[in-house]
Design a protein around this ligand. Sequence first.
Ligand code: DX5
Ligand code: ZN
Length: 244
Amino acid sequence: MTHEIIVAPSILAADFARLGEEIAAIDAGGADWIHCDVMDGHFVPNVSFGADVIKAIRPVTTKLFDVHLMIAPVDPYLEAFAKAGADIMTVHAEAGPHLDRSLQAIRALGKKAGVSLCPSTSESAIEYVLDRLDLVLVMTVNPGFGGQSFLGSQLEKIARIRSMIGERPIRLEVDGGVTRDNAAAVAAAGADTLVAGSAVFRGGSANYAGNIAAIRIAAEAGRVPKLQPGSARPMCAGEGARIR
Ligand code: DX5
Ligand code: ZN
């Protein structure tokens, strides 16, 4: 038995002037989750959007909102993102001194909790919080911008984290420079959830379904068995989504 591959387009690469239409298009094109990149110009050298934008786009789709918080501090804003409609909230291990507290706060808000690791951060940062996690996000670029090149150095980290996760029901997500050309290697290393911005949104909305399918097919081909029958199962594509 293997984890179902999840493809999560990053709306950072969408046309912001038509954000609602863009989300509807990736929804129709087969996106499993909607990846929302929140940047503060402090933790990362770019500013994107905040909770009000997430609240505004929430009614556009029933797909799970995978909210990647590249902000520091993060704790004061968790409640706002939860109320705005986040399903998963992922904080950076580097963003504050009390990761365990941040993860407890996310679950106390009734949300799935994730941790993201920058490329220079060791997987040891999550060793003592694994049981508080629903998702681990390995950055394969330095966070802050879409359209950067994939860092192959992170494949070894992905494999190590896959091993650390063991049979826990934790999603292993990869974010940054993911394309149809490296998706197989990412999945072979142990990732089961692939974020892609540029590689999904290129070519206009007529191409979104094909772009998503190409990433999924490549990842499916590369993946390796990870779960034994009867073992714990992580979130699937629709779980956590709102029914409207
Ligand atoms: C980078 C973001 C990524 C990014 C992905 O800081 O976290 O989600 O938007 O975009 P691509 O796929 O273009 O690298
Ligand atoms: Zn992201």
